[in-house]
Design a protein around this ligand. Structure first.
Ligand code: ADP
Ligand code: ADP
Ligand code: MG
Length: 501
């Protein structure tokens, strides 16, 4: 069994900080690497040592595995945590790290290779009779053949990049006439995003919910699951709101999905933290989608409801310790909600809106966790993912977690860039979300830019109305009424209460 004394985090932003915090708690020295765009970044300041590894473009810095390994050798680093994105799902990198005699805080190159490709992942999982969405078993090259399969499956279908990730390289095809055009688009997107044009066809599940299971496996063959996360509120096939537990699962289905997830992990000899993603239909049938062989963005909601620090477990696993947690020790406590605060404009198709954080004040208080990588006055670089922060709320019930989230969103003050905060507030207040009865079409069904403009306008209208009332009352010299209305005029808070049960 090894002991990690010094850990390099091959990442930036909130996730680099999140990993370093746990390392510090464990008495492990931390090393940051950074690009020229991140000289002032918080992860650089937080680390015990830091090294600039290249220019702003990630291909010249955060993706330079060779340089990162070089830094490890110079600074006597024992282990590398890759975070998410960048090199985290790069099998070659995992192998290079191992060959250099450094521990990779993540799975083996073999597991990453199998699960990194959606088709090979399905082939591996098939050994365990995991339910799968009907589709082509291999990459599609012959269009006539593909169209025949698509019409056998029945439209709508999804054309997906086998190497896909982050919602890229995916096209919904409503009917046969659209097939060729959408396939062309999927292939070219797959080539430009992943350098691999292999695509396959899958049935488009009606009324889909995205539910995923967190797993942990050690190097001795023990694998457990830490229940599910519900991630159905998405834009561009990418998550913006996540929670645990899911409001749609029964204890029986949770148990069955958990078992399937453990089997998927077993099918590739998995160790480390990983996530098995499923799509759930309106009859609660679930189908395996893919496995992400890394720490997931939304892992905090699982940490909140289980009390397990996933990064600490990842470090123990990398050191070769057997899992200290048994499946039967785990239970769900309370409810956690997470929103992703992106520098994006929800009224303009969620396009990135980078710039300088002129105001940046975090929410605080009981049951509120903020994982971020910025401070007031800092600029959000154009080179990387535009996520500013993850805001997590935790309470004993789903309703209270939502109320806490709304309170926290209202306390969050960000100016200088557009953010997804108001959009997420809209989600938290929406009847469909509150009822728990929603799917991945939430944004398409319920969201238009007007709903945000309206809420701003109605706030302005409320303030204006209050002001008029105040002046009127003053004119009538009604002191009591004036005092009440003064309070309304002064308040910046969005005091509108949702009208839900
Ligand atoms: P998660 O799957 O953890 O919920 P995302 O799908 O948003 O989160 O992806 C997490 C991060 O990893 C994002 O920065 C995304 O751009 C990046 N990412 C995901 N998959 C890939 C991939 N195959 N190649 C490159 N980057 C990826
Ligand atoms: P990525 O690697 O980009 O994360 P996924 O296969 O996990 O790709 O799919 C991303 C999202 O696309 C899912 O969360 C879901 O919303 C949607 N999706 C994927 N496959 C299907 C399907 N067969 N039917 C309906 N929606 C799907
Ligand atoms: Mg996915």
């Amino acid at each position: 069994m090894a002991t990690i004394k010094k850990l390099l985090v091959a990442n930036r932003g909130e996730i680099a900080l999140r990993v370093m915090r746990t390392a510090r708690e464990m008495g492990i020295q931390t090393v940051a690497v950074y690009s020229e765009a991140d000289r002032e970044a918080l992860h650089v300041r937080y680390a015990d040592e830091s090294v600039c590894i290249g220019a702003a473009a990630s291909s010249e810095s955060y993706l330079r595995g060779d340089k990162i390994i070089e830094v490890c050798k110079t600074l006597n680093v024992d282990a590398i945590h890759p975070g998410y994105g960048f090199l985290s799902e790069n099998a070659k990198f995992s192998q290079m790290v191992k060959d250099a005699g450094i521990l990779f805080v993540g799975p083996s190159a073999h597991s990453i290779e199998i699960m990194g490709d959606k088709l090979s992942a399905k082939r591996a999982a098939a050994k365990y009779n995991i339910p799968m969405v009907p589709g082509t078993p291999d990459a599609v090259t012959d269009r006539t053949e593909a169209k025949k399969i698509a019409s056998d499956i029945g439209y709508p279908v999804l054309i997906k990049a086998s190497a896909g990730g982050g919602g890229k390289g995916m096209r919904i095809v409503e009917n046969e006439e659209e097939f060729d055009e959408q396939m062309e688009r999927a292939v070219s997107e797959a080539i430009s995003a992943f350098g691999d044009g292999a695509v396959f066809v899958e049935k488009y599940v009606a009324s889909p919910r995205h539910v995923e299971i967190q797993v942990l496996g050690d190097k001795h063959g023990n694998i457990i699951h830490l229940f599910e996360r519900e991630c159905s509120v998405q834009r561009r096939h990418q998550k913006v709101v996540e929670e645990a537990p899911s409001s749609c699962l029964t204890p029986e289905i949770r148990q069955a999905m958990g078992q399937c997830a453990v089997d998927v992990a077993r099918s590739c000899g998995y160790y480390g933290a990983g996530t098995v993603e499923f799509i759930v239909d309106d009859k609660l049938n679930f189908y395996f989608l893919e496995m992400n062989t890394r720490l997931q963005v939304e892992h905090p909601v699982t940490e909140m409801i289980t009390g397990v620090d996933l990064v600490r477990q990842m470090i123990y696993i990398a050191e070769g310790r057997p899992l200290e947690i048994k499946q039967e020790d785990l239970k769900i406590n309370g409810h956690a909600m997470e929103i992703r605060v992106y520098a994006e404009d929800p009224t303009n198709n969620f396009l990135p809106d980078v710039g300088t954080l002129q105001t940046y004040v975090r929410p605080q208080g009981n049951g509120v966790r903020v994982d971020d990588g910025f401070e007031q006055g800092m600029a959000i670089p154009i080179y990387y993912d535009p996520m500013i922060a993850k805001l997590i709320s935790y309470a004993s019930t789903r309703e209270e977690a939502i109320e806490k989230m709304i309170r926290a969103i209202d306390e969050y003050q960000i100016s200088g860039v557009q953010t997804t905060l108001d959009f997420c507030r809209f989600v938290m207040e929406h009847d469909a979300f509150r009822s728990g009865n929603f799917d991945t079409h939430f944004v398409k069904y319920y969201f238009t830019p007007e709903v945000l403009r309206k809420s701003v306008n109605s706030e302005e209208a409320q303030i204006a109305a209050a002001l008029v009332g105040y002046l009127l009352h003053q004119a009538q010299q009604s002191n009591q009424a004036a005092a009440v209305n003064t309070a309304v005029v002064k308040s910046n808070w969005k005091t509108k209460r949702a009208n839900w049960k």
